[in-house]
Design a protein. Structure first.
Lengths: 260, 276
């Protein structure tokens, strides 16, 4: 029994210690952020690999999710004779929930894991100590530009996801199931609010951007400098981001849309 | 140990009573080392005796538990980050693997410290990088990526990068490990040439006895966290200490035992029979 308590205690201590390291890491990144913004080239290069290269996955996912939402939404709404509201249903689900959340989950799998592996391997191959030896701060040169790139890219990717999702909904609802095009768009226009829905969705994806990129960069930095260490860190990035995004989504939804 | 360990009193690096602990285990336990300016000094010793730790202490990458580490008159552990970075701009280091940036070409790797720390016009920067690459014989390899280089070439590029900012000293971590004889010869020649032509001070960490004896001006032999012997290569060869002779001549058995501590052999075997 004492052994069990000891184990729980040790695990908890390790967890808290790691949490502390993670926050110190975030603070050090934030401290050099003004200089990274001042010299934007490094961040722009990272936005290409983190954002632009993720676009294909995000676009295809957005389109298919929109198509599925269109199909399922139609099947439910048609029972109540409310299939004209399909545009509203698809757009609200995408802008408020599916866009930010699914983009963040896909981002963790596509870009987050790559960031962790890249930084972890830079440690394995002594590139980070070499940089320190050349009196170059890896926080300014490596971590912060990647972090900023992720934070900027996430809302843009979520916007692309939602926009293509709406088009997917149009394709199924208007194109295949024969809903009136005017009704689809006008319902959407009337019921989607720029502040309540779109802005809240953007805020969500910005929060997810911070959390997902922070986890990815920190896991790479904190990985054991071995092959196995990097592989574990990559897995942790995806798992922890998924948990964090889903938990935060609930909290943010409760705060933004009330009802809890 | 006497205060001045070498005949030359003009020392660039001075370690005094340095203790470095990892957990309860002392990796370095009261170490005194002097690195003379303008000379090639090698720190030798068996694997796992903290040779690389000495380099990392000199570079201020880790802090000693006790003792002082002075580089060019500055006590490294007491420096703040800004002063430490200023000092590091005057030090070059070649890591065991080369540690080249895998996403940059050879040219950009050598240009990296120049781009970070200077605002030189592009044409001047190009000339400087080509001069550094010419010094290590790899001007023609400027457009290759690190993944296209052999181990020896990667180390030579790392040397060019280490001298990019014209440092006062350069540190080599195991420069010969795992290289073919020709590459070893090339690296030996380069270490000597760069040291003499650029007026550098070189510190090598290695356990390749023949190679470092040939190019070093002074040797330190360390074991169990302490300096066992030091002197010129010739003086060390004549050392009466049995352990030094075992290490320098690569004898399998001696004061450093071949066998890991174990119970009596016969008893151990018979114990297996008895338990059946």
């Amino acid at each position: 029994m004492t052994e069990w308590f000891r184990l729980v205690g040790a695990r908890s201590l390790l967890f808290v210690e790691r949490l502390g390291r993670g926050h110190l890491f975030l603070l050090r990144m934030l401290a050099v952020l003004p200089r990274v913004i001042g010299d934007f080239r490094l961040c722009a290069a990272q936005m290409y690999s983190v954002g632009v290269l993720s676009m294909q996955l995000i676009a295809v996912s957005g389109l298919t999710v929109g198509m599925v939402l269109g199909l399922q939404g139609y099947n439910t709404l048609v029972d109540f004779g409310a299939e004209q509201s399909l545009g509203q249903a698809v757009a609200l689900s995408l802008v408020r929930e599916m866009g930010p959340v699914l983009t963040a989950l896909l981002f963790a799998g596509r870009a987050g894991s790559a960031l962790t592996a890249e930084i972890g391997l830079m440690r394995v191959t002594e590139q980070l100590p070499a940089m320190e030896m050349m009196a170059v701060d890896p926080f300014r040169r490596v971590f912060a530009p990647r972090f900023l790139a992720g934070v900027i890219s996430m809302p843009l990717l979520a916007a692309i996801f939602s926009a293509l999702g709406v088009l997917g909904g149009v394709f199924v609802g208007v194109g295949l199931l024969g809903i009136d095009s005017g009704a689809y768009w006008s319902q959407m226009q009337a019921k989607v609010d720029i502040y309540d829905d779109i802005l809240n969705g953007v805020i969500k994806s910005m929060v997810f951007g911070v959390v997902a990129t922070w986890i990815a960069v920190f896991e790479g930095y904190d990985a054991l400098p071995t092959t196995e260490g990097v592989s574990r860190a990559t897995t942790r990035t995806v798992v922890h981001t998924a948990f964090a995004v889903l938990a935060l989504d609930f909290i943010l939804t409760a705060l933004m849309f009330g009802g809890v | 140990m006497p205060a001045a360990l070498t005949e030359n009193n003009d020392n660039l690096v001075r370690l005094r009573g340095v203790v470095f602990k990892r957990g309860d285990r002392a990796i370095l336990d009261g170490m005194d080392i002097d690195i003379a300016r303008g000379k090639i000094t090698t720190i030798m010793g068996p694997s796992g005796t903290g040779k690389t730790t000495v380099l990392r202490l000199i570079a201020g990458e880790i802090l000693p538990s006790a003792g002082t580490v002075e580089v060019d008159g500055q006590n490294v552990p007491k420096l703040d980050r800004r002063a430490l970075f200023a000092l590091r701009k005057r030090m070059g280091m070649m890591f065991q693997t080369g540690a080249l940036f895998s996403d940059l070409t050879v040219f950009e790797n050598v240009a990296f410290p120049l781009r970070e720390h200077t605002k030189l016009p592009e044409n001047m920067l190009r000339d400087l990088v080509l001069m550094k690459l010419e010094a290590v014989g790899l001007r023609g390899a400027r457009d290759l990526m690190p993944s296209e280089l052999s181990g020896g070439m990667a180390r030579r590029v790392a040397m060019a990068r280490a001298i990019a900012l014209d440092p006062m000293m350069i540190m080599y971590d195991e420069p010969f490990t795992g290289q073919d004889p020709i590459t070893v010869g090339v690296i030996m020649k380069l270490i000597r040439l760069l040291n003499d032509n650029l007026g550098l001070t070189s510190v090598i960490v290695s356990h390749d006895v023949q190679e470092v004896s040939a190019i070093s001006d002074y040797l330190y032999l360390i074991a169990d966290g302490k300096v066992v012997e030091h002197g010129s290569p010739a003086a060390l060869k004549k050392s009466p200490t049995e352990w030094v002779q075992q290490f320098l001549n690569g004898l399998a058995d001696g004061p450093a035992a071949f066998h890991f501590p174990a119970p009596d052999y016969a008893e151990d075997l018979l114990a297996g029979v008895a338990s059946k």
